[in-house]
Design a protein around this ligand. Structure first.
Ligand code: PHE
Length: 492
């Protein structure tokens, strides 16, 4: 067994039964070190601890004053000798002292009160409580279990007076060596080993001669929880690493968007139910925001919605309103960011691959799988040669990197054709739907990009996969910031 030098030192001085004070003295260690070391010795089975609560008495504030000048009853007797009159006392003792003193003279049967304030002293000898008072003054502290029966009675008397004695409880630990402890104490020598490498030891080079104490990694220590990122943040960083590794560039956009960039530019008709206040959070304040590039793109978007413009589409066949595109809202998807990005591209920039991770908002009733705000990972690939199989391949690769198996289901969005919803498989949960994807329709691409080109696009919800992969059944738990859960969450 490898022991700390202090452990050996203590085992060497241990008697059959030693108090920690005795050990500290004998081993020349400070009491804290002794306490720490004996608890190690005890976990290693080398000593047994016998803890006892001791009751001790010491003088209180009043008690110290009495021990100096005498109890009030003693001072009365000193003034009147064998007897006298109360009136003789006034002026020589204060009123309170006189009344306390007279009370105790009677109680202790030391004097008798007679007519007209006459006091007859019956006993002038020192009493047991006075002797105890003196003892406490001389010894500072006395263990109550060491007192004689008479002293205990006297103590009860003193306890019944205010602030005269204090009763204190103290824990005393008696240490007994076990057989192995005795054997080690007799045979092992204290050898100074280096247990902590300090700058001094390194600088002086003394480590070259010294020997090192090995660590015992089996000993239980209190866990330390290092500061770390929130699990959700960690996964977001990981996702962005995956896309970057796949050759994508990250783009960002504002949380507050206009209906124009959130809906109109994506060929979502102005009477589409998703635009409803039931689904979308519109801002009351401000009523209007500046809409970037509106003037440049609104005519094409209007034409496309109404009659299809030059896209080959028939459009939606309704009258597009330049007012309906204006209300500011909390973006309902990050597709607002990627579609606006299309306007910045020219032919020479292709192929372009970008992604965006950000908060999105929908007017949802809150439950275990819905929150009114959640993260999406959005991405597009703008490439003349891109096709539907590439889209499936990219999503498959992304989810595989994340550790999931993916499958696709046919779907519908006003802005894509084809449209598919990827689903991932989770043990015990089955297939989970995560968002949408598809190829942007010409009605989206041509007005914004200025020419036709396949644009692969997807927008995937993040929170649910993150929650489930962290073992949370309820996505609300992601945002509760339960400290215990956060501390114990694993970094992988
Ligand atoms: N915007 C869609 C959603 O929020 C997802 C999507 C993005 C679908 C891009 C198709 C193309 O559900």
């Amino acid at each position: 067994m490898d022991l700390h030098p202090n452990e050996i030192r203590i085992l060497k001085v241990l008697k059959e039964k030693s108090s920690t004070d005795e050990i500290a003295k004998a081993a020349q260690l400070d009491p804290d070190a002794v306490n720490r070391t004996i608890s190690w010795l005890s976990t290693k089975g080398l000593v047994k601890l016998d803890e006892k609560v001791l009751e001790e008495v010491a003088l209180g504030e009043e008690g110290r004053a009495y021990a100096e000048k005498g109890l009030p009853e003693r001072r009365i007797v000193q003034l009147i000798g064998d007897g006298g009159n109360i009136s003789n006392l006034s002026g020589r003792l204060d009123r309170e002292e006189i009344s306390i003193g007279l009370g105790w003279l009677r109680k202790k049967n030391l004097a008798r009160m007679e007519d007209k304030g006459q006091i007859a002293v019956l006993n002038k000898g020192e009493t047991e409580d006075e002797r105890l008072l003196a003892l406490l003054r001389d010894k500072n502290r006395v263990e109550t279990s060491d007192l004689t029966p008479e002293q205990k009675k006297a103590l009860d008397l003193l306890k019944s007076r205010r602030n005269v004695v204090d009763v204190l409880e103290r824990k005393r630990v008696l240490v007994h060596p076990t057989e192995e402890g005795i054997r080690i104490g007799e045979t092992m020598e204290v050898e100074e080993k280096i247990s902590q490498l300090t700058p001094q030891i390194i600088r002086s080079g003394s480590w070259k001669q010294g020997s090192f104490r090995p660590y015992d990694h089996r000993i239980f220590v209190k866990p330390e929880y290092a500061a770390k990122k929130h699990p959700l943040r960690r996964l977001i960083d990981r996702i962005s690493d995956i896309f970057i590794a796949m050759g994508f560039k990250e783009i960002k956009g504002p949380l507050i968007e206009s209906a124009f960039w959130n809906f109109d530019a994506l060929f979502v008709p102005q009477d589409h139910p998703a635009r409803d206040m039931q689904d979308t959070f519109y801002l009351e304040n401000p009523e209007e925001i500046e809409i970037p590039l509106l003037d440049e793109f609104k005519d094409r978007v209007k034409e496309t919605h109404e009659k299809g413009w030059t896209t080959g589409s028939t459009g939606w066949g309704y009258q597009w309103s330049g007012e309906h595109c204006k209300p500011p809202l909390l973006r309902t998807h990050t597709t607002a960011v990627t579609c606006k990005y299309l306007t910045s591209l020219s032919k020479g920039d292709l192929p372009a691959k970008v992604f965006c991770i950000g908060k999105t908002f929908r007017n949802e009733a809150i439950d275990f799988k819905h929150l009114p705000e959640f993260y999406q990972v959005e991405g597009i690939v703008v490439d003349e040669n891109a096709n539907f199989r590439n889209l499936l391949g990219i999503l498959d690769e992304f989810y595989r990197e994340m550790g999931f198996k993916v499958r696709f289901r046919p779907s519908y969005y006003p802005y894509t054709e084809m449209s598919v919803d990827p689903e991932v498989y989770m043990e015990g949960k089955g297939w989970i739907e995560l968002g949408g994807s598809g190829i942007f329709r010409p009605e989206v691409v041509k007005p914004l990009l200025g020419f036709e080109c396949p644009v692969l696009a997807w927008g995937l919800g993040l929170d649910r996969v993150v929650a489930l992969s962290l073992g949370l059944e309820d996505i609300r738990d992601l945002y509760i910031s339960d400290l215990d859960w956060l501390r114990k969450s694993r970094v992988f």
